[in-house]
Structure formats: C-alpha cells, structure tokens
Design a binder for this molecule. Sequence first.
Ligand code: GLN
Length: 383
Amino acid sequence: LVGADGSIHPTIFAEMSALAARTGAINLGQGFPDEDGPAEVLDAARAAIADGANQYPPGRGIPDLLSAIAEHQERFYGLRIDPAREALVTAGATEALAATLLALLDAPGDEVVVFEPYYDSYAAVAALAGARLVTVPLRWPDFQPDLDLLRAAVSDRTRVILVNDPHNPTGAVFDADVRGEVVRLAERHDAVIVTDEVYEHLVFDEAHVPIATLPGAWERTLTISSGGKTFSTTGWKIGWITGPAPLIDAVLAVKQFLTYVNGSPFQPAIATGLRLPDAFFRGIAQTLRDKRDLLGGGLRAAGFDVSTPAGSYFTVADARRLGATDAATFCRGLPDRAGVVAIPLTAFATPERRADYATLVRFAACKRMDVLEEAASRLAQLA
Ligand code: GLN
C-alpha cells in the first residue's frame, strides 16, 4: 500500500469542514473564501459556456489563457516566457504539484526537500511518486528556516527542492537569503526547484518575489500558481505551471494521464482575471491584510499568542496559554467551547516532528469581515 507511512489518508480539511457543518461552527479551518470574486471573471465563465466552450480544450490549455499567463508573468515579475512552450494549464495547483513530482521523481532513493510544516498534498504526492521527503523545520514564531539545516538537508540525492512562498500553513514570506540559498543549493546539487506560489498576490507588506526571477534560477525552476486564491474561485481548479520547455514537456507527459485537460469555460474566465488592472491585485492584498488584523486582534483578545503572517490566507496562533497541550484535541473541542473550527498545525507535519507544533493552530482569515467579527466575539469566551 502506498503511503503505509500514513501520508495517504482522509485530509484534515475534509474532517474539519464536516465538523463545521455538523456543529454549525464558523469554519476558519479550510482555506476558501466565503464571497465571490470579481464579476468580470464570473461573467466571462458564463459567457464562455453560452459560447459553446464546453468540449475538451487543448492539452496545454487554451492559447488565450497561456498568453494571459505570460502577460501576467511579464507585468508583475518582468519574466518573458513563450506561452506556447513554457506554460501549462492544470487542474489547480494540486494537479500541478502531482504531475510535477510524478514527472521529476523517478529513481528509487530520489529525495524531495521541503520546509515543514507543509501543505498536506506534498507528502502524499511524494509518497505516490515513491520518493523520500526530507524536511527542514520552520519554527514559531517567525517560521524562517535555519539556513544551516537547509544546507544539511540538500545533497546529491535531492532531485527537487519544493518551496511554498507565501507559505501555507504558517503565512511566512521567506527572506531573500532563503530564496538565494535555495537557488545556490539547487545549482550545486543539480536539483530542480518547484515553487508553489498560489498566494503570490496575497502578500501584505512587500512585492512578491518569484524564485524563478533570481539569477541562475529560471532554467531549473517550475513555478506553480492557481486562479483559486487570486480570484476567489477555489472550486474551478484552474492552475498553471511556468518554466523551461523541457521541464514543462515532462510534466505535460504525466498530466495527460491524470486529467488530460481541464475546465474549458473556466480557462477564458481566468484569462480575464489575469488581465485585470493592477488596482484589483493591490485591492485583494489590502482587504486580506485588514482581515488578518481583525482576526489577529480577536485571537490575542481570546488569549492566544499570535504569529503575524506576511502573506497567505492563514494566521498561526499558540493555544498554550488557553490550556492546550495537543492542538488536534484542542481543535476537535473548539466548536463546543467557542463555535469556531480551526486546523491543528500538526496536520501539516511529519509524525516525528509533531511535538514541535503541539499547541499551534491555523486559522483562515479569508472570510467576510462580519464573519470574522462574529468569530472573534465567540472566541472571546475562551479568555
Ligand atoms: N488550501 C486550502 C487550505 O489549506 C484548502 C485545501 C483543501 O481543501 N485541500 O485550507
């Protein structure tokens, strides 16, 4: 059985969303917005269905979306890519990650280096690919890696260094020296950098820097993103990968046999989104920053210690002062105690390292202001 180590199991998101549905608690667990995204994007999907965009699109994605992805990479990051050869549309970032790791990890003993805690699909897909996960811990409260530990984790067995920036579940945005070290190590050990940047537009204080823009990085980097977070369309599952043509071709070879193609009416709609004016992208970061501040204030008032995230949907809080000794038990009891659902950070850690995150809890801020206010007033009962 693949994943006998426990990496293939019902996801924590399914368990916690079911708990929210059963108890009527406010779901600050699974990261999805509770409001629709831009009307232009929604309208474009309806128009595409009416126009007959309802059959298999091309395997790499429709040319208009591939062009919009290339325009986006140039507008925000100055990266000039060939849309026909250096971009690929996928079924969300989830399929992008799966196809990429399945394509790159082929030899027994191949290793994937990843920061821990990590988004849960990383360990599951590494297990499906038969690879070994080598983790580098991120520690409360700033969640920046120790570069010596990173250097110690990467070796000639490392096939992939998998980075997620901004980071789920911690909300960290990695420092420039972390990005630089990832590129140096990948060059030294001839590894491929896979970078999951689904929260690229949800960075609060500075501009997002894709690793692919660093000197020497492009030719060995696959950059993954998704329309789900940026346009509040997590159910559409339109993601993409950009990178050098030979790596993209390798991923496409696998992707053909996972989903073949994806969401024909959603592709032109996401193209419309990627072409929205700069003000839209600034606006979503500012709105989420306000939500982060509201949620953080509520958590502090309730008695949590809070790590202020620099990006992403998420805020990590320490429930130790509220008597927690095991975050999973604390989260399972939270609907009864306070009418709120959250996710234990241990769900994003390997069994050996769960103790390091034993009292840490992830809350999602991507909810309406009135919902966050209600959650904050419910959580105040804990204080
Ligand atoms: N990315 C979201 C989260 O971390 C949702 C993930 C999921 O449901 N698989 O909460």
